[in-house]
Design a protein around this ligand. Structure first.
Ligand code: SF4
Length: 63
């Protein structure tokens, strides 16, 4: 599944990066970056945790 971030509504609080540090990275300028583009069996639980924690609902998974 593809991981999508709506950067227009992301408030760069870093909650997703704490939940899934192998997938989301907040840089020194408070810009969020995806380290990988897809959810795999190895990271899917962490990605879904990040989705639940995002207060802006800025993260989505799509087929
Ligand atoms: S948890 Fe949501 S609002 Fe916070 S940095 Fe991640 S995508 Fe942005």
């Amino acid at each position: 599944m593809k991981i999508d971030v709506n950067y227009g509504i992301c408030e760069a609080n870093g909650l997703c990066a704490m939940a899934a540090p192998d997938v989301f990275d907040l840089d020194d300028d408070d810009a969020l970056h995806l380290l990988v583009e897809t959810a795999t069996p190895d990271n899917e639980a962490a990605v879904r945790d990040a989705i639940r924690q995002c207060p802006r609902r800025a993260i989505a998974l799509s087929d």
